[in-house]
Design a binder for this molecule. Structure first.
Ligand code: NI
Ligand code: MN
Length: 233
């Protein structure tokens, strides 16, 4: 399978089983190279929460490809009200799609959709992370989250090939917490995300790599640049 990084927290997973996109924040994402128009075929659009840097172009992509948005029930209901196709789930539940299995995990964060006119956000349920079994490998996209001890349980129950972990701090885990997360999850590969997109979340990814080498040496780090792809054999 191929794992493409489209900047911020947006990943595209491609293989014989299908094509998924996670948190498709493309329009307005200063680090994204891909545009929503580039996606003509998708099997699912996974969205971790309602914040604009994650929901992004999901509704347009669903309309344009016919792919369902996979999200927690409340966010799915919002997307459906905007004309998207959806598959609602909730935390702790899994579902076997034709392309593979998706299971929702907790994430320690908020979740709301901004109204065009401003003011309080529309609350769209809790945020989540995704465990995805794709071509017999478990991938974990943590979403926006702080560190939590049950990551150890997630890693034990689902031996992880890849973990996509936020390192940007301020809104989510910082570098030190993400290293601790990797110690708990024990994935073969860590791909850092949710950093350097905006000045507030600039991080030294080299320092993350060095700390990982020292404290979690059994996990490799691949800091993909936006537009780059990792081929998983
Ligand atoms: Ni967020
Ligand atoms: Mn975010």
């Amino acid at each position: 399978m191929q794992i493409y990084f489209h900047g911020h927290s947006c990943f595209e997973i491609v293989g014989k089983a299908g094509r998924l996109i996670i948190d498709p924040f493309l329009t307005g994402n200063p680090s994204a190279i891909a545009k929503p128009e580039d996606f003509t075929q998708l099997d699912a659009i996974l969205v971790t929460h309602g914040h604009s840097d994650h929901l992004g172009d999901a509704i347009q992509l669903s309309k344009q490809t016919g792919a369902p948005i996979v999200a927690v029930f409340e966010l799915a209901a919002y997307c459906e009200s905007q004309g998207a196709k959806t598959h609602a789930m909730h935390i702790g539940g899994k579902y076997q799609f034709p392309f593979g299995t998706v299971k929702l995990t907790q994430a320690l964060h908020g979740s709301g959709v901004e109204k065009p006119e401003g003011g309080p956000l529309i609350y769209v349920g809790p945020p989540c992370g995704f465990l995805i079994k794709f071509e017999e490998k478990w991938l974990y996209h943590a979403g926006d989250t702080g560190l939590f001890g049950d990551m150890e349980l997630l890693g034990r129950r689902h031996p992880l090939t890849v973990a996509m972990l936020p390192i940007g701090d301020n809104y989510v885990m910082g570098v030190e917490e993400a290293v601790q997360a990797a110690q708990l999850l024990r994935p073969k590969l860590v791909i850092p995300m949710h950093y350097n997109t905006f000045p507030l979340i600039v991080q030294d990814v080299g320092e993350f790599g060095r700390l990982m080498q020292r404290r979690a040496p059994e996990s490799r780090v691949d800091a993909l640049q936006p537009g780059e792809m990792f081929e998983l054999l």
